[in-house]
Design a protein around this ligand. Structure first.
Ligand SMILES: [Zn+2]
Length: 402
């Protein structure tokens, strides 16, 4: 069996087993060695890590970065600890202690453990972060997907452990023309006996002063060079619909089912674009307070929670064409999940760090879009008090505004 030699900065050597023909980049990957931290040599000559292992040669991997790679590799190796029969989920959490040590906590969950963990995390987020208090009313954005459905079930099952609250379920009527509201939503709200309303699309088209129904506009925009903005328009319009409904009910709190990956992808977007949004789990946007009770739970954990409670969601409509189109957004989601593998628990540090950063730059003044009335956090290049939000500017550019 051939091997290659890993040499660290103290010139200590370690042998790694490899196969003939194996590409070096794959070896580095499985051994948790970043390619930019090392130089690879064959018989003393530098080679690219895209080359493969040949018979009869000697290979070395020399660490050029000055960090303790062994301790870090050991953390990743311990993530590979064997699962037991009946283990359904391996929860990893990597924290940095006050004295700078990396501490990995592994929890091996059976079905009941997973259910308890999700429920306790949900309750803890609401109480520790003071998302809800006795007597609160809030608008609950119910789309019928995994996130909002599992959150509604959590609210219902755990009501004895939560403050006394009143839920106003609301679904924006953006389903396909002629299609009825998804059956799952109807069944859920009936079972749980919560107040629920559909927000008619015509009301929202009126708020945006559009010449056509917004869903028609979104499909038309998909055929233009601005197609990659359509998903952002869809999100903004849905947010506006919820705010409009909340205002009608005289409510200022809106509950959204964003989970860790949604929120991390958003924070990556903030760093890439400089477009600032305040951190979860509470986001104050003008007169509205958005709360995210799923801020410390992943989509996978929510999906498992539904599965282990035998709740099946039947897909009620095809995915909208714009969900997949802006590939940069897809990439942020992919990265957000990968980052969680390399640093499970990084969201906790990212939320806190962003929160401190926001306090430093002290953004508190909101302005209102003069077309749709949306409260917006002014960003570097936009808005001087009499301007429109990005979405309305785009609708205007394509001649959709009256
Ligand atoms: Zn606007």
């Amino acid at each position: 069996m051939p091997f290659i030699t890993l040499i660290d900065r103290r010139r200590q050597k370690q042998q790694i087993r490899v196969d003939f023909g194996e590409q070096i980049i794959e070896i580095l990957n499985r051994e948790h060695i970043p390619i930019d931290s090392v130089i690879v040599k064959r018989d003393g000559e530098i080679i690219s890590e895209n080359q493969s292992i040949k018979i009869g040669s000697n290979y070395t991997i020399e660490l050029i970065e000055g960090y303790d790679i062994e301790s870090i590799r050991n953390i990743y190796k311990s993530m590979l600890s064997q699962g037991y029969d009946g283990e359904v989920y391996h929860k990893r959490y990597l924290s940095i202690s006050k004295d700078g040590r990396l501490e990995l906590k592994l929890s091996k969950f059976g079905k009941e453990d997973l259910i308890n963990w999700v429920e306790n995390t949900f309750i803890q987020t609401i109480s520790d972060e003071k998302l809800l208090e006795d007597g609160d009313s809030f608008v609950f954005a119910l789309s019928g997907g995994i996130d909002s459905t599992s959150m509604l079930i959590l609210f219902n099952r755990l009501k004895h452990r939560l403050p006394k609250i009143k839920i106003y379920g609301a679904t924006y009527e953006d389903f396909k023309i002629g299609e009825k509201p998804p059956v799952i939503i109807k069944n859920l709200v009936e079972q749980m006996g919560i107040h629920h309303e559909i927000i008619p699309e015509i009301e929202i088209s009126n708020i945006f002063n559009t010449k056509k129904p917004i869903r028609v506009i979104l499909n038309e925009l998909m055929k233009t060079p601005d197609a990659h903005f359509v998903m952002y328009i869809d999100h903004h319009v849905t947010r506006r619909a919820l705010e409009h409904y909340a205002s009608k009910k005289n409510i200022d709190k809106i509950c959204l089912g964003l989970h860790i990956t949604d929120l991390l992808a958003g924070i990556l977007n903030t760093y890439m674009t400089g477009y600032v949004a305040t951190p979860p789990p509470i986001r104050v946007v003008g007169p509205f307070t958005y709360i995210f009770p799923l801020s410390y739970i992943t989509k996978k954990e929510l999906k498992l929670y539904l599965e282990f409670n035998n709740i099946k969601l039947s897909p009620f409509s095809d995915i909208n064409p714009w969900e997949l189109h802006p590939l940069d957004r897809n990439f942020y989601y992919y990265l957000a999940d990968q980052i969680q593998f390399f640093w499970p628990g990084i969201h906790v540090w990212m939320y806190e760090g962003l929160s401190r950063l926001i306090k430093k730059i002290n953004i508190r003044q909101y302005v209102f879009c003069r077309n749709c009335g949306s409260p917006i956090l002014p960003q570097v290049s936009t808005l001087n008090g009499n301007e429109m939000c990005d979405v309305c500017q785009l609708l205007d550019k394509h001649g959709y505004l009256q």
